[in-house]
Design a protein around this ligand. Structure first.
Ligand code: ATP
Length: 202
């Protein structure tokens, strides 16, 4: 099996995530893309994160119409900071050694990759599929390779989509009473409204 893994805080999940997952699935002929919400995203410890129950429910709603997308609770169920090296180790155990893993991430996340826990080991365990992110430069693979030897040969660069949406923008818009229509799947928009999520977010 060829398995895409899109980890994230998903606070909230938005159309950028859905589009990127769809493009990766089609262009790499993946059997499935797992959306993997983080319990405790260690790179975002500078701001309060919405309770995981809301984030998980929004992911469930966002992917419910997509037969090739699934949610994986491995990171929600594991205590401590969410490290992708642990995620992939666990998924390999779950899906068996015949499975190939493709970690999907935006240009912004690839920039941070050298700081990820056990980055050098992680690149031996999976491929990194990176999608354009408006506002960020394309990855400098030479610079990344000098920090994580072996990385460059494991990166797959997607040329599209370019979706100019971030969870930060959505939280800010909701807090200001602005519309988020078209930025998140409709079911997620309704959930945010009904549960008053982000009403006071910054
Ligand atoms: P925040 O604005 O709160 O930092 P975010 O929009 O970056 O959140 P995350 O859940 O942190 O959302 O993102 C999970 C993964 O999806 C990361 O690898 C990120 O780079 C990628 N991603 C998120 N939005 C986009 C987008 N619009 N285009 C490409 N990749 C994206």
């Amino acid at each position: 099996m060829r398995i895409g893994v899109l980890g994230g805080t998903f606070d909230p999940v938005h159309n950028g995530h859905v589009e990127v997952a769809g493009e990766a699935r089609v262009s790499l002929n993946l059997d499935t893309v797992l959306f993997v919400p983080a319990r405790q995203p260690w790179m975002k410890s500078d701001r309060p994160i919405t309770p995981v129950e809301h984030r998980v429910e929004m992911v469930r709603l966002a992917i419910s119409d997509y037969p090739f997308f699934c949610i994986s609770m491995v990171d929600v169920e594991r205590a401590g900071p969410t490290y992708t090296v642990d995620t992939i180790t666990q998924l390999k155990r779950q899906f068996g050694s015949g499975s190939e893993f493709f970690v999907i991430l935006g240009w912004d996340s690839l920039l941070d990759f050298p700081q990820w826990e056990e980055a050098s080991r992680l690149v031996t365990m999976c491929r990194l599929v990176t999608a354009p992110r408006p506002g960020y430069q394309p990855p400098d693979l030479e610079a990344l390779e000098s920090r994580v030897p072996g990385l460059a040969g494991r990166v797959i660069l997607l040329e599209k989509p370019e979706v100019d949406v971030s969870a930060t923008e959505i939280r800010r818009r909701v807090a200001r009473g602005l519309s988020i229509h078209g930025l998140v799947p409709e079911a997620v928009e309704m959930y945010i409204r009904e549960h008053g999520v982000y009403a006071t977010a910054m």
